[in-house]
Design a binder for this molecule. Structure first.
Ligand code: GDG
Length: 733
């Protein structure tokens, strides 16, 4: 049976080795808890570095055997690997750059080479355990190349990737000399997840700009696969924090802390040692608070817990020294025998003490300069079961998108930091309860367990869509079947969409004229008296008449507003009111002014705003805005807003390609129907035709069509086959 393999740089375990042997302590961190529901089941595994260097084969075997009991597989790395791949490329190149610190970013080729090498080592080890149909979930920025490496060896596997840190704007990402291999590395995954929509949006634009691939609503088509990009804000083990407060062990720690802090009001700061967390800025702001508001002296203390981390990287050693200096300075300046302004702990505390700190603190000061999510603020909120306490939260933390009832501040604004501490210290209990209550509801709903479920569900869904897509692809055998039926039929109706189906898109819609090859194929089809060819389009009558009017074909123009049978005049389906255009037009003109490259097309029954030529991203953003404005403005008008491929079309309701197509079905009474289209306006055609019609969607989006072809070229190729294969001209003649 297919299994699931979790992969991260570090295994969720601490291994201690002394004369008595090995001791394994599984990590109780949030991610390990959340993923516990997966990797401990059945044959599932977690693969990663065990956190220690073992050179003898015997030691490695022992550790491997012990870890295997916990469903873990170790990757043994050398000191040199860790120095270059982990401390170097991961933590001195990617980490600073992704957190918007280009000035701290090191560009070192040797580190890059080690990064490639270690990603390869991971891949080789995983391939010893993985089967072709397994699900593999890769975690974080140390392993950006791994999805592609795995994909090459396991083309059918479900591969997910989650990025725990921010994904920067392309303007920052592009600084990396290795930006292309890094992006391609990630595109090996089927699902790529981020904490926030902003990270996701930055990634989407980075992919487009680095590789030229365009996405459709967060989906890329790459090497015959769909790749889904989505936001999954990570939650915490809510129950663990909420229920621990009343346990005896935590109550004991609470008493111990309170006996030394007395009646002080407590502000809490907890982070790993990292320059992205804004710790010095926080101490300086606390100093300011005591300077500007002397009434808080002797009454408020800051508990500063800094967990040692990466202290072999130079920037981190400097930071530690800076913190010691700042804490020393403020304690020297204000402290006395009865009161210590800042209680500084430079160590990791056991969970019970951490939980006690959350519960005794009045305020949590979580003010990172940049943070992917930040779980500390969520843990603080969950621990406040008595609903007393205030969270001051940086807008630069991913969590700020969810915890909107916190006091949200810009961590670079020192005055705002001081004022928010004051506001928090003075906040009425009722307001504290109200804010915490709302935030607790959010966190209770989207826990770490739900996060894992949602990610895995989405990965399954992505894989299924890929399979559905593959299943619908119109292969050779089916093409032959359709062709055979076509040739035995006597009245064939061919409903062919124009743009994106018979002709590729061009920057200016008027440039998409039919070329000689297309005209030849259509002529060939149309000349056969058994065939009834209808060109169905969103375009107006004039365009279709001008470029295709000499052919013996029928037309549907403006998405069904106008119809023309072979050798007959144009007529409209019904008379439609047009007054709405006067109201909508000024708004479209306003969007043309604001969106360079966009233009308005006037049709008899519709207005179209085209943005194909606009700057990538800007057009899409304006389109979203325009659609929502239009929906508001057109609430009581009988019109429809259609979102097409780089176009927004506003037209009278009740007109659609499906209704128009059915007119031809009624007139011709065909014994063979083929409909081909690429746009979602063609879905109306696919849905309204009888069950035995052959319907073909061009492209990869979801569709009601029975089959899919990948491109305009494939459509033309298929149509040529239909024309070449028949000899009916002679038999009819
Ligand atoms: C990265 C991203 C993203 C802290 N001190 C102690 C202790 N902790 C635990 C906390 C919390 C965790 O460490 C810290 O998590 P954060 O999310 O706040 O920050 P990073 O370590 O930078 O994590 C971050 C995260 O990945 C998840 O995707 O949110 O943005 O940078 O759980 O409780 N635990 C114990 N003792 C301590 O002294 N036991």
């Amino acid at each position: 049976m297919a299994k699931t393999i979790i992969i991260s740089n570090r295994l969720p375990v601490k291994i201690h080795q002394d004369n008595h042997g090995l001791t394994l302590t599984p990590s109780a961190g949030g991610l390990a808890t959340g993923l516990g529901s997966i990797y401990k089941q059945g044959n599932n595994l977690w693969v990663g570095w065990p956190g220690l260097f073992l050179h003898s084969e015997e030691d490695q075997k022992k550790v491997t055997a012990e870890l295997r009991k916990e469903s873990m597989v170790p990757i043994f790395l050398h000191k040199e690997h860790i120095k270059k791949y982990y401390e170097g490329f991961s933590n001195s190149t990617l980490w600073p750059l992704f957190h918007y610190y280009p000035q701290l970013t090191e560009y070192n080729t040797e580190d890059w080479e080690a990064y490639v090498e270690v990603n390869n080592i991971f891949c080789t080890e995983i391939l010893k355990h993985a089967e072709p149909d397994d699900t593999i979930w890769v975690h974080d920025y140390q392993l950006l190349l791994l999805p592609e490496m795995l994909r090459k060896a396991l083309p059918k596997a479900s591969i997910g990737y989650f990025h725990h840190i921010p994904f920067p704007s392309y303007e920052i990402f592009r600084l990396l000399p290795w930006r292309e291999p890094l992006v391609n590395g990630l595109l090996g995954a089927d699902l790529i997840g981020f904490h926030t929509f902003d990270d996701m949006r930055h990634f989407l634009s980075t992919v487009s700009r680095t590789t030229g691939l365009d996405h459709e609503m967060g989906h890329f088509k790459h090497q015959g696969r769909f790749i889904t990009v989505d936001a999954f804000p990570m939650g915490i083990d809510y129950e663990k924090y909420a229920s621990s407060v009343t346990t005896e062990a935590v109550q004991k720690e609470r008493k111990r802390f309170l006996s030394s802090t007395g009646n002080q009001r407590l502000i809490l700061s907890i982070d790993r040692l990292d320059y992205t967390k804004g710790i010095p800025e926080r101490i300086i702001a606390f100093d300011q608070l005591l300077t500007q508001f002397p009434e808080y002296r002797q009454k408020v203390s800051l508990i500063l817990l800094v967990v040692p981390s990466r202290d072999t990287v130079t920037n981190y050693t400097h930071l530690k020294e800076e913190l010691e200096l700042l804490v020393g300075r403020i304690n020297g300046k204000y402290g006395n025998l009865e009161w210590t302004p800042v209680h500084f702990f430079y160590r990791a505390l056991p969970f019970n003490q951490l939980s006690a700190l959350y519960s005794i603190s009045d305020i949590a000061l979580v003010t990172p300069l940049r943070d992917g999510m930040n779980l500390v603020c969520k843990e603080f909120v969950a621990s406040k079961t008595d609903r007393k306490g205030v969270l001051v939260l940086s807008e630069m933390a991913g969590a700020a998108k969810e915890l909107t009832e916190a006091l949200i501040i810009n961590p670079n604004d020192q005055e705002a930091l001081v004022q928010s501490m004051r506001q928090a210290l003075e906040m009425p209990l009722e307001e504290q309860a109200l804010r915490l209550g709302e935030m607790q509801k959010t966190l209770q709903r989207y826990t770490i367990h739900r996060w894992v479920e949602v990610f895995m569900e989405r990965l399954r869904y992505t894989k299924e869509s890929q399979a559905n897509f593959r299943a619908k692809i119109l292969g050779r055998r089916m093409q032959q079947e359709i062709s055979d039926e076509f040739h035995t039929a006597q009245k064939r109706l061919l409903l062919l969409d124009y743009d994106g189906t018979l002709r590729s898109f061009t920057q200016r819609p008027t440039d998409a004229k039919p070329d000689a090859k297309l005209r030849e194929i259509l002529r060939e089809l149309a000349e056969n008296p058994l065939n009834h060819v209808v060109i169905i389009s969103g375009r107006d009558r004039r365009f279709l008449t001008k470029w295709l009017g000499d052919l013996n074909v029928g037309f549907v123009a403006e998405h069904g507003a106008w119809i023309k049978q072979e050798n007959q005049e144009w007529h409209t389906i019904a008379s439609m009111p047009q007054e709405w255009k006067q109201e909508i037009l000024p708004m479209l003109e306003y969007y043309v002014d604001r969106t360079p490259g966009s233009l308005i097309e006037h049709k008899d029954y519709s207005l179209v705003w085209h943005f194909r030529k606009s700057e990538h991203g800007l057009g899409e953003m304006r389109a979203r805005e325009l659609v929502s404005n239009l929906q508001y403005l057109t609430g009581n008008m009988d019109i429809q807003v259609l979102e097409g491929n780089k176009v927004i079309e506003i037209k009278n309701a009740g007109i659609n390609k499906g209704r128009a197509s059915m007119n031809f079905v009624d007139w011709i009474k065909p014994d063979f129907i083929l409909a081909i289209g690429d746009d979602w306006t063609d879905e109306d055609t696919f849905k309204s035709l009888p069950d035995d019609a052959y319907t073909i969607k061009v492209g990869n989006a979801d569709s009601a069509a029975k089959f899919k072809l990948k491109s305009v070229d494939e459509v033309l190729h298929f149509l040529i086959k239909l024309t070449d294969m028949g000899n009916e001209k002679q038999s009819v003649a």
